[in-house]
Ligand binder design. Structure first.
Ligand code: F0G
Length: 356
């Protein structure tokens, strides 16, 4: 006989006591969350044998990114308030999540994306879920300005991370890290784009400490792409550029939240180059069998950069969030790898390539 009852119910139900109140009937979930915290060995050994390095693999959420955690609550709250439509600007993942959760809720999603600058997998998701996709001749920051204006004037719920329910939902990832480790880590590394996620993790870690569920706080270590690093440079970047299109953002909405997370935790917000990002992206795939998208690898590039600066002590617990699945962006994977060989269908030819 198998026992019923141990099935994961999604982040809103599972973490309800730590989240804003919501009616049962309004909850829109695809059973997101409860993602693996994978302890690395090969990757760790190639960086620093003295630390414990964990990957919070958010690519296995229902739409394959961390955005599902915030979107379940934001869309649930929209439904509870009687909203019939949601809108967002996106570098891709938010649009995929908005599309999916709106479909599940039976409401309309409008998504504005920078034309030609989102990974193909993400575009296919938004289209498949029936979102109204509008490609904007401009970047993410311009699209965000547009959706703010439209949602101010029309009865459409904005589901970018300016919507506080997005941050509330996303903070559950920090809860899971603490639960899985049995404590808070010493360091938490993550990519920074619009800066909602670093804000959310910091909120989650602080709440667990205030509730005495944990007794320490991690240093928050945020990494922007060098060509899209407004927080690092202390100024808006008008034309952000990076191979990591998910974080191609020049004027993050949660700028202040990221700065507070950094300063309150005695952490850092630094930049990593596209080259460092791509190197880390290949390294984690080759060393640990985990395929993340380029933006996600900024967290690992950050660990490598900080390790060069000798910040880690023996036994430090370091967590990296891998924010999205590598299959979101097959183009970058293929373009940045060696081309597979092609041979005639003959054993000799195959053996020659196998070098046997
Ligand atoms: N990693 C991935 C894969 C993302 O999609 C994003 C943001 C980030 C990191 C950065 O997170 O914005 O909270 O600092 N993507 C947003 C989007 C902007 O529209 O999908 P952040």
């Amino acid at each position: 006989m198998i026992k019923e009852g141990s099935v994961w119910k999604g982040v809103v139900t599972e973490f309800r006591q730590y989240l804003p109140e919501i009616k049962d009937s309004a909850i829109v979930t695809l059973l997101e969350g409860n993602t693996p915290l994978v302890e690395t060995k090969n990757l760790r050994d190639s960086i620093n044998k003295d630390i414990r390095l964990y990957l919070k693999y958010e690519g296995v959420n229902p739409t394959c990114s961390f955005k599902d955690r915030g979107m379940t609550l934001a869309v649930s709250k929209a439904v509870e308030s009687g909203s019939k439509a949601v809108i967002c600007a996106s570098t891709g993942n938010t649009s995929a999540a908005a599309g999916a959760y709106a479909a599940r809720a039976g409401i309309k999603a409008y998504v504005l994306i920078p034309e030609g600058k989102i990974a193909l997998g993400k575009l296919s998701q938004a289209i498949m879920h029936g979102a109204q996709v509008i490609q904007v001749k401009g970047n993410f920051d311009e699209a965000l300005t547009l959706v703010r204006e439209i949602s101010d004037k029309y009865p459409i719920t904005l589901v970018n991370s300016i919507n506080p329910y997005r941050i509330e939902g996303q903070k559950t990832a920090a809860f899971e890290v603490c639960i899985h480790l049995g404590r808070a880590p010493d360091y938490h590394f993550l990519p920074v784009g619009n800066a909602g996620n670093i804000t959310a993790y910091w909120k989650g870690y602080k709440e667990f400490k205030e509730l005495k569920i944990t007794d320490s706080l991690p240093k928050m270590m945020g990494f922007q792409a060098e060509g899209a690093a407004p927080i690092v440079n202390g100024k808006v970047i008008v034309n952000p550029e990076t191979v990591a299109t998910a974080i191609r953002i020049g004027n993050p909405a949660s700028w202040q939240g990221a700065v507070s997370a950094r300063d309150e935790s005695a952490g850092v917000i630094n930049a990593v180059s596209d080259e460092e990002i791509l190197k880390a992206y290949h390294l984690v795939a080759e060393k640990e069998g985990i395929f993340c998208e380029p933006a996600s690898a900024a967290s690992i590039a950050g660990v490598i950069q900080m390790n060069r600066k000798n910040i880690f002590k023996k036994g430090d617990t370091v967590v990296c969030t891998l924010t999205g699945h590598g299959l979101k962006d097959p183009d970058t994977a293929i373009k940045s790898s060696a081309e597979p060989v092609t041979r005639q269908a003959k054993v000799e030819e195959i053996l020659e390539v196998m070098d046997l």
